[in-house]
Write a protein that binds this ligand. Structure first.
Ligand code: ZN
Length: 426
C-alpha cells in the first residue's frame, strides 16, 4: 500500500479544501472569456503551485471566443420570457428571428425523425435532461439534429421550475449554427402546440465573436519512471450560477488530493501530472488542444487520466470508464480496499475532458457524483441553482479521499495491470 496511512485523515482535516471550494465559487460562474474565469485561473495557478510545491506550467490555448450582447425571447402575445443564450449560439438577424415553434418533447432521435418534414424553418423546442444518467441524450446532440433538419432556431427548457438552463451549443469557430437559447419550463408550456396550430415566438440574439486566449495549467510531480497519471479538472463554468458542483467541486478536490500526496510522489513508480483545463464548457476545447499536442511517446507515458468533474452534489460516486473495461476491476478493488463504494459505468460519455484522453487511446475515467439518481443535487447543474449550498463538505472529502486512493494505486500498479487498462472493451 503506497498510500500513507494518514492521508484520509489529513484530507478530512484539510481546512483548505472547503476554503478553496468557496473561493472558486466567489469568482462567480467562470464562463471562459470573462474576468471571472481569468481571475479563477490565476487563483488556481497559485493554489496548484502551493499544493504541489512545483511551479505552474501554463500552456496557452487559443479558442473561438464568444460573448452574448443581447438575448430576448418574445412570445406570440408580445410578452417577453426569460431566456439565456447557449454558449457560441449564432446571432439572429438584427430584427430577430420570428417563426413557429415545434415542440419535440424530450427531443429523442425518434421524435426528430417522426417530425422530420415539419422542422425546417421552425424553432425546435426540446427538454434538458438529467445529464448523469444512462441513456441521457446530450443537448449538443439535440442541437445538431435540429441543425441538420433545417430548424431556424433551438430552444431547450430546463428542469427546474421557474429557472433557466444554460449550456453550450457545441458549435466550433466557423461552423454553421442556429440561434439557441435555454428557457424555463413554464415558458416551454406556453409554447405548446394547440388546436390553433404551432405556437409562435421571436428570438433575438446579438453576439460578438473574437479570437480568445485561455490556458491549461500543469503541475508535474515526477515519480521513479517517466510514466505519469494525469489528475484533471476544469475550472470554467457558466455565468448564471457559481458553477459550484460543476466544477468548483472537482478543482477543490484535486487540489486537496495533491496537497496530501505531493510529498510522497517522488518515491512512487509513476509521477503525477495535475492538469487544470478551461473552455471545457466549449466542447471540451482546452483538453482537446492539450491531447492533440501530445506526441505518441507522451501519450504512451500517460497510463491513466483521472478526471474530476462534478464530484459533489450527490452521495454516491461513479466512474465513467469510457469503454476501458480493463480499468474497472482495478477501480473497484481500490475503492473497496479503502472503504469506498464506487460504481463503474462503461460507455464513453463525451461530457467532460476525460473523453479527449479516451479518444486518444489513453485509459481515462470521469469521477462524478449522483449518477443515475434523479433526486441528487447534480440534477441542478447548468441551472441558476448550481450554487455552493448544493455541496456538502463531507461529499468533497469523500471524493478527494477516493481520488487519492486511486491515484496512489495507479501510480504504483504493476506494469501488467497498467497494460490491462489500455484494452478497450465495448
Ligand atoms: Zn463539468
Amino acid at each position: 500500500m503506497h498510500l500513507p496511512p494518514d492521508v484520509f485523515a489529513r484530507i478530512a482535516a484539510d481546512g483548505a479544501l472547503g476554503e478553496e471550494f468557496a473561493a472558486l465559487c466567489n469568482f462567480g460562474g467562470r464562463l471562459a472569456g470573462t474576468e471571472s474565469e481569468r481571475a479563477a485561473m490565476e487563483y488556481v495557478a497559485e493554489r496548484g503551485s502551493l499544493a504541489s510545491s512545483v511551479p505552474c506550467t501554463s500552456l496557452p490555448v487559443s479558442y473561438g471566443g464568444w460573448r452574448a450582447i443581447k438575448a430576448e425571447l418574445r412570445l406570440s402575445d408580445g410578452a417577453l420570457a426569460a431566456c439565456h443564450p447557449l454558449v457560441r449560439s449564432t446571432p439572429t438577424p438584427a430584427g430577430g428571428l420570428s417563426a413557429e415553434v415545434i415542440d419535440l418533447g424530450r427531443g429523442t432521435p425518434e421524435e426528430f425523425e417522426a417530425h422530420e418534414k415539419e422542422i425546417a424553418g421552425r424553432i425546435v423546442l426540446v427538454r434538458h435532461e438529467l445529464m448523469f444518467a444512462a441513456g441521457t441524450i446530450h443537448r449538443r446532440r439535440k442541437y445538431n439534429m435540429a441543425l441538420e433538419a433545417g430548424a431556424a432556431g433551438f430552444l431547450i427548457a430546463g428542469p427546474l421550475a421557474g429557472a433557466l438552463v444554460t449550456g453550450s451549443s457545441g458549435r466550433n469557430e466557423g461552423d454553421a449554427g442556429i440561434p439557441a437559447m435555454g428557457i424555463a419550463p413554464e415558458t416551454a408550456a406556453r409554447l405548446a402546440r394547440t388546436a390553433a396550430g404551432w405556437a409562435h415566438a421571436t428570438m433575438m440574439i446579438e453576439t460578438e465573436e473574437y479570437e480568445a486566449q485561455t490556458s491549461t495549467l500543469l503541475f508535474d510531480m515526477p515519480g521513479q519512471t517517466d510514466e505519469v497519471v494525469v489528475l484533471s479538472a476544469h475550472v470554467d463554468g457558466h455565468d448564471i450560477n457559481e458553477s459550484a458542483m460543476d466544477n468548483a467541486s472537482g478543482v477543490a478536490a484535486a487540489l486537496a488530493v495533491v496537497r496530501t500526496i505531493a510529498p510522497h510522489v517522488q518515491g512512487w513508480r509513476r509521477g503525477v501530472r495535475l492538469a487544470f483545463f478551461s473552455a471545457e464548457e466549449w466542447a471540451l476545447t482546452g483538453s482537446a488542444r492539450y491531447v492533440a499536442g501530445l506526441s505518441d511517446v507522451e501519450k504512451q507515458r500517460i497510463v491513466l487520466n483521472i478526471n474530476l468533474d462534478t464530484v459533489a452534489g450527490g452521495k454516491r460516486l461513479t466512474a465513467l470508464t469510457s469503454g476501458f473495461g480493463g480499468l474497472e476491476p482495478f477501480l473497484l478493488e481500490t475503492a473497496e480496499a479503502n472503504g469506498h463504494a464506487l460504481r463503474c459505468v462503461r460507455p464513453l460519455q463525451t461530457n467532460s475532458d476525460h473523453a479527449n484522453f479516451a479518444l486518444a487511446g489513453i485509459p481515462a475515467f470521469r469521477l462524478v457524483a449522483g449518477y443515475d439518481n434523479p433526486s441528487a443535487n447534480v440534477r441542478l447543474v447548468l441551472t441558476p441553482a448550481d450554487l455552493r449550498d448544493k455541496v456538502t463538505e463531507a461529499e468533497l472529502i469523500k471524493a478527494a479521499q477516493l481520488t487519492a486512493a486511486v491515484l496512489a494505486a495507479g501510480c504504483n500498479a504493476p506494469s501488467a495491470t497498467v497494460t490491462s487498462w489500455r484494452k478497450l472493451s465495448k
